[in-house]
Design a binder for this molecule. Structure first.
Ligand SMILES: Nc1ncnc2c1ncn2[C@@H]1O[C@H](COP(=O)(O)OP(=O)(O)OP(=O)(O)O)[C@@H](O)[C@H]1O
Length: 750
């Protein structure tokens, strides 16, 4: 059905603007829609598999008035299923064929194909290895680069190789260093090893395995237990933040407003790239400020005898440089190196491995340059790409069979990543031949995107799917607001990352909400405290404001207008601000936020206070996202209630999800690395989101590297899917028309 009764009138889907669909959808959920013919309650269907239509709540199959065609007509373009109504032009999946070379192993190195009897034994035990996997397992001497595509069985290879070295080659476990990206991955590998022939826990406990940090920390402890005592470690992020904040105070930076977390990230990047403060040439105001913090941070740690996690690596590097006899001892001790996720190695880690393996050169690294996604922490595919330069005579083994995803998903991933220039040319071949084509769908905006996905999951679960089959992946946490809200109001079990904060608790959002709160309740002193920085006032004026409310018998908002400052113009501005806040009282929240942005100078404030100064997270983007949410509410009161409900839900979901046996995963693409799901939804496949704005800005300045990293992220997201892949391409993002991601467009724009 294409029409329904709403607010005493009739809405026709064909006449209704697409921007109103979400509102009508919500009206249906609130019981405000009925059938024009039988008057029974109806709802609007907004999903992926069928076109939008009204259906009877209690009799979904019933059709009144007109019979409507609800099954979506679809067609395939470039291997994607898209609605037939979607116009195809240059902007999305144009018909131009892609210029990709044939599946190539164009690298100059010989490819091994050396199956072994042990491989047959493993196959009999249920650990089948293909020819190249077998070679990667049994070639133990000399440097080897295992260049593997997504889903090609890297974990299986590393596990089998370790077992082979111990069981067949009789190598002592203490001579093997097995490095993984996370502690969990090391544990997982050991527990898998126990299932291999002759692997006993006593033997495996002697393996030197773990992350770079854990292994090199053990070396430091051995060298100087007092200096590197655990008590001196800055374990928590807040401990590090405290030090840089103290340094920031000396520099006159605002404690509340300066993004110290990002400054610490930048410092970590420099340290991991072996860039001491003296070696850095800042190329922006931001870098200049962070460099000053870096110098002070390092000095403070040194004076106090403290160290952080990054120091475990740089400390070890310095130790080996200053104590060659110690290095020689470890070179004797460790004779075999196995390194997982080599594409995400950084400079200091790479140099350490080069030093330690200098004598034996028995280094086996496993990685996929197409999955380097941590360059903000200093990792770079260059190390993988230049491996044979630093390890001459290195052999290359390609793992190009994908055992995870359907042929169609693998084809899409191959095509998309082929546009990156800085990569080893390789192409995955799917082991699973028959599957469904990936689907591109086109919601109106973030709200409709969330609704369509949740509807689709509900349908699939009703059809027998398990919640753990699904993952919803996004570029940044902020991008998950709408889908979180839609899931939170459904009965579906889902999990979010434990450190994911609620959108409404983000610093900028809290400040804007503070203005709205104060407009509604002029006595809300907490709201006054929240907005003070945005009015360029320090927190110590709060006591004057409180006093003024008593002495002058006025509201906290009025008292704000009476604050005395050293500048007459600022006092004048405060008075104007008070009037503006009062005038927002009866405004819809969207209009109120616009007033905060412009009349109250909030956008200028964000620029001045450095919240716009970092690459990834801009305060003004948070305001734009908040405006998208605000559109759903007629009054600030209801928006504020919703915000505090969602913040509470965020905490509750984290607790509850620990007890779920099966749940839908909501995750950033970064955190989904190494994992696999039957069905994957990728949110916001539009320029500005994926690729992120900062990458497009870099591109405008002539730097293509960030765009290539974003494309790798997209590739990682796509290759998490085993059976079904849905890519959402909303027409609007942050209330503005959005362009489909250039990663889906064969017309090269970069
Ligand atoms: N030779 C094989 N035959 C059948 N299945 C295999 C084989 N090798 C690996 N697999 C299966 O393929 C899937 C992908 O393997 P794995 O997760 O080890 O890949 P990966 O290379 O680490 O992937 P990614 O880098 O994308 O995270 C797993 O389910 C694994 O059990």
């Amino acid at each position: 059905m294409k029409s329904a009764i709403y607010q005493n009138g009739t809405v026709h889907l064909e006449l209704l603007g697409r921007d109103r669909f979400q509102k009508i959808y919500m009206a249906g959920r609130n019981g405000e829609l009925s059938c024009p013919s039988c008057l029974e309650p109806v709802r609007l269907y907004l999903g992926i598999e069928k076109d939008p239509h009204f259906f009877h709540l209690y009799h979904p199959e019933k059709i009144c008035l007109e019979a409507s065609e609800t099954i979506k007509e679809t067609r395939q373009i470039e291997g994607f299923r898209v609605p037939s109504a979607k116009p195809v032009g240059e902007g999305f999946l144009g018909a131009q064929p892609l210029a990709i070379g044939a599946a190539t192993a164009t690298a100059s190195l010989p490819i091994l194909d050396n199956p072994h009897d042990y491989v047959k034994l493993l196959e009999a035990e249920g650990f089948k290895l293909d020819g190249n996997q077998a070679a990667a397992v049994t070639e133990t001497e000399g440097p080897i680069l295992v260049l593997a595509g997504a889903g090609s069985g890297k974990t299986r290879v590393l596990t089998a190789r370790t077992a082979y070295m111990l069981d067949v080659r009789g190598i002592k476990p203490s001579e093997i260093m097995l490095v993984t990206f996370t502690t969990k991955a090391a544990q997982e590998m050991k527990s898998r090893l126990l299932r291999y022939p002759n692997m006993k826990s006593g033997l495996l406990s002697k393996l030197v395995s773990g992350t770079f940090h854990s292994i090199f920390y053990r070396i430091l402890m051995h060298a100087d237990g007092a200096k590197w005592n655990n008590n001196r470690l800055l374990k928590k992020e807040w401990q590090r933040e405290k030090i840089v904040k103290e340094a920031g105070r000396e520099l006159g930076l605002s404690e509340k407003e300066f993004p110290y977390d990002l400054a610490l990230q930048q410092i970590g990047f420099w340290k991991n790239s072996l860039l001491a403060p003296a070696k850095i040439k800042p190329d922006s105001e931001w870098e200049e400020t962070v460099l000053m913090l870096y110098e002070r941070y390092e000095r403070y740690k040194q004076d106090q005898g403290l160290f952080d996690f990054d120091d475990m690596l740089t400390g070890c590097y310095e130790l080996f440089q200053t104590a060659p006899e110690l290095l020689a001892m470890y070179q004797e001790r460790f004779r075999y190196f196995l390194i997982d996720e080599f594409q995400d190695i950084n400079k200091v880690q790479y140099e350490l491995i080069k030093m330690l393996s200098a004598k034996t050169k028995n280094v086996c690294v496993v990685g996929d340059d197409d999955q380097t996604i941590y360059s903000f922490r200093g990792s770079s595919p260059e190390f993988l790409l230049n491996f044979e330069h630093d390890f001459p005579g290195a052999r290359l083994i390609l793992l190009s069979q994908n055992y995870r995803s359907s042929n169609e998903i693998v084809a899409a991933a191959n095509r998309i990543i082929s546009y990156n220039k800085k990569r080893r040319r390789k192409e995955m071949a799917a082991n699973i031949s028959e599957g469904l084509p990936p689907v591109a769908f086109f919601p109106y905006d973030e709200e409709e995107e969330a609704t369509m996905i949740v509807t689709d999951i509900q349908e699939k679960i009703a059809g027998g799917a398990d919640p753990s089959d699904f993952a919803i992946l996004y570029r940044t946490h902020a991008g998950s607001r709408a889908v979180f809200e839609r899931l939170a109001s459904s009965n579906l079990p889902f999990r979010i990352e434990q450190d994911a904060e609620s959108f409404y608790e983000r610093r900028t959002v809290r400040t804007v909400l503070g203005f709205l709160k104060l407009a509604i309740n002029e006595d809300d002193i907490d709201a006054v405290a929240a907005i003070l920085p945005a009015l360029f006032l320090k927190q110590d004026v709060l006591s004057d404001i409180k006093a003024s409310t008593i002495l002058d018998d006025c509201s906290a908002l009025e008292a704000l207008g009476k604050v005395k400052t050293a500048h007459a113009f600022q006092m004048k501005k405060l008075k104007t601000a008070v009037t503006a806040i009062k005038s927002m009282r009866h405004l819809a929240p969207y209009a109120a936020i616009e007033r905060i942005e412009k009349e109250l100078g909030f956008l200028d404030y964000l620029k001045k206070r450095g919240s716009e100064g970092n690459k990834l997270e801009k305060g003004s983007d948070d305001v734009k996202d908040l405006k998208v949410a605000a559109k759903n509410f007629d009054s600030s009161q209801t928006l504020l209630e919703h915000a505090s409900h969602m913040a509470a839900m965020n905490r509750e979901i984290k607790n509850l999800s620990k007890h779920f046996t099966s749940s839908i995963t909501l995750s950033t693409i970064h955190r989904a690395k190494g994992l696999e799901y039957k069905t994957v939804y990728i949110l916001g496949a539009v320029d500005g989101s994926l690729p992120h704005d900062y990458a497009l800005e870099s591109l405008r300045n002539g730097d293509t590297a960030p765009l290539e990293e974003e494309r790798r992220l997209f590739y990682v997201a796509i290759t998490r899917a085993m059976e079904r892949l849905y890519i959402s391409v909303p027409s609007m993002r942050r209330n503005r028309a959005a362009n489909p991601t250039r990663f889906l467009t064969p017309v090269r724009k970069d």
